[in-house]
Design a binder for this molecule. Sequence first.
Ligand SMILES: [Zn+2]
Length: 342
Amino acid sequence: MAELDSPQQHPKLYKPTGDLVILANDGEATTAFRVHTVILAEHSPVFAGMLALPVVDDDAMEKYDDVPLVRLADSAQDLAALLEVFYTPAHPQFKASDRDFAEHVYPLAMIAAKYQVDSLCRAVAEHLKSQWPTTLEQLLKDTRTVPSHLPRGRMNLAFPEPAAAIRLATDLNVPEILPMAYYVLATYPFDKATRTQPWNFRRPRWHLLHEDECLRAYRGKLELMEENLNMELSYQLDDGDCNHMAPGNYIPGSLPCGRVVEGIKANRTHADFSGISAATKSFARLDPLGSAAQAYRDGVVRSLCFACKAKMKAKFEVKVKELWQGLPDIFSLPQAFASSDS
Ligand SMILES: [Zn+2]
């Protein structure tokens, strides 16, 4: 009792009616929390177990402010975040728009996992899953995946920063989001030349990933190069059922649709594959899934006749599906991480 350093009582979490004091450190500073054992036990089986240990000799027990005292090795800041959740009737309202959710919530999620606060872990997992498509249906419904306003290869601008999401999903065991998070990570340019990127371009937080995870992303990107080429080669159309001159078509074009698609392909492949620097750029901006989803949504371009548009939509629907289902393989995600979506 006497040799206690002088702890700072937490402004909100030092409850006068509490029957237990917890001390935790952040560097030099020690914080005292005064809390209710019933509330700890209610939320956490780990705390419940700790508190159920028989007290051999009540007098020998260390006390502070006349109630029993325990010291925990957790950081006071993390512990405060966790205890705050215990004393808040509803779980913290995670913001859907918070692009840094995964990074913000990580310490709280880890201490919640340590103390087996399952409802909080579930809330974090659910929120994380709401930020990333986990099924093909969600992927296609998600306007972020098929953005009409984003230039090609800018999938990374439409989603939260993926490295923090991978860290959280891996450590909290939320494997469902990993295929898409790795994919979005792979659509970032991997070099350091970010000067030509748009103002809101941000580099992924590579430092949050382990070496094998970085490698997985890089190898996946190499795999995507082939997928990307295959995708670009899908821009072709035979004129069999073309009725672009038929009255009542959306835009009766003067060119048969096959020629229109040919022009699009020439444009895309010219931009993507002419010259070393263009090829490098194309590698940096690989986004076959985004391109396929966009082609599927639009039936490539509006000016195709209905029959050809339907044909192209069907073709790119298959592409999107193949790519989506291939993601766990492309990123060599362990079997347990494979998406259950069929
Ligand atoms: Zn046509």
